[in-house]
Design a binder for this molecule. Sequence first.
Ligand SMILES: NC(=O)C1=CN([C@@H]2O[C@H](COP(=O)(O)OP(=O)(O)OC[C@H]3O[C@@H](n4cnc5c(N)ncnc54)[C@H](OP(=O)(O)O)[C@@H]3O)[C@@H](O)[C@H]2O)C=CC1
Ligand SMILES: N[C@@H](CC=O)C(=O)O
Ligand code: NA
Length: 431
Amino acid sequence: MKQGINVGLLGLGTVGTGVISIIEQHQQELKHQVGCSVNVTKVLVRDLDKKRGVTVDNDILTTNPEDVCANPDIDVVIEVRGGVDETKEQLIQALEHKKHVVTANKDLMALHGAELLHLASKNGCDLFYEASVAGGIPILRSLVDGLASDRITKMMGIVNGTTNYILTKMSQEGSSYLDVLAQAQDLGFAESDPTSDVEGLDAARKMAILATLGFSMDVKLDDVSVKGISSVTDRDLHYCEQLGYTMKLIGLAKRDDDRIEVSVGPTLLPNEHPLASVHNEYNAVYVYGEAVGETMFYGPGAGSLPTATAVVSDLVTIMKNMRLGVNGHAVNAPLHEKVLKENKEIDSKYFLRMRVTDKAGTFSAITSLFAEYEVSFEKLLQLPLEGVEEAEVIVITHHTSKENYQELYDRLQALEVVENVESSYRVEGGQ
Ligand SMILES: NC(=O)C1=CN([C@@H]2O[C@H](COP(=O)(O)OP(=O)(O)OC[C@H]3O[C@@H](n4cnc5c(N)ncnc54)[C@H](OP(=O)(O)O)[C@@H]3O)[C@@H](O)[C@H]2O)C=CC1
Ligand SMILES: N[C@@H](CC=O)C(=O)O
Ligand code: NA
């Protein structure tokens, strides 16, 4: 083993500065574990003159990616710059130059993970990406190592810190959506374009990665049905609270008889559900294995140091592998062929909020339609709306198939007495 390991960074933003801080501040612990020092020798940035949150020697900064990816003195490339196409090319270059890679980039791994992992193993290199899902929570390692002997049948997670922060502040403090989104951006949780956070895409990418590892199937981003939180209103949150539920952006991956469903969407959870008390930027992933039963992993899903912990821990694993001479063997091809469930096989409960005309016969028209589709009510509220001859009807249904529910939804929307179906969400947990 060499005297020291040389690391090149692509990016020195929120996560990159955390990586430098941990490597500096925990040098003694790192050296103890891997037997040599860790030196950051080159860092790719966009703007050489920008003020940084950490002190770095100016001459290690570069705007030329080749100084990192094709640099013969660098052993490990840490990618914390984000982006997909250009970043992919840079990592391909690094792997072709036999550099091990750590990345925090779920966008890249969800889209091109299989290809990059294959290239890594072809070049005898490690490629780890623990920070890409649920930031500082060691969830990928738990799936591929800690639960390796089990068969995972369900994963349910709060895997986006920004949206959890927004929903928490809106529900608990009545803050406005846009104000809290700006706070999440200031705190460094949100992506540079927060659309991917609030529209559920960031969580969908993470769920594709989790489902691929948990089910050992090649789950693609397109396999995940996605809905974000941008249309969640104060009224929805008000009724959730009134009915004893908490709204969370939930990623769900379920396997029944080797047929899977993967989705992301605002979801109502009973207040006593363990995921309902995961607040702010915290993430949690509930994992059900046939043998182990229920497990839950909780921790900070975003932010500089928590995310950097996962990145540097991947670096430690690479260095331990270097010591043992076993790099490039971490990846297994998926064991199972992926079969997605059809809508008639996807079973759930639903929350519906409708604006209806407030007159005799309205309620019976609605209940007859529910009866026609054999969907029964678990909870029901009807409240007059002030100043108009309208009322609001809020329903929590019992279980039904997605196919049946979608037809019912369309028929409700077309009913004369229904002015509008204002919102509809999945309900998980409970009976
Ligand atoms: N923030 C978080 O909490 C988490 C982030 N991640 C992931 O980690 C990655 C980094 O996120 P984060 O640190 O928040 O991002 P930031 O936007 O804070 O930092 C990005 C860094 O990359 C550099 N960079 C970006 N594009 C280029 C380019 N074209 N050429 C050279 N340098 C470039 C920027 O340079 P400059 O500083 O000069 O502008 C900056 O230093 C992303 O993939 C993100 O999804 C994962 C988990 C949590
Ligand atoms: N924008 C992401 C950052 C971590 O992946 C989030 O909010 O979770
Ligand atoms: Na993680």
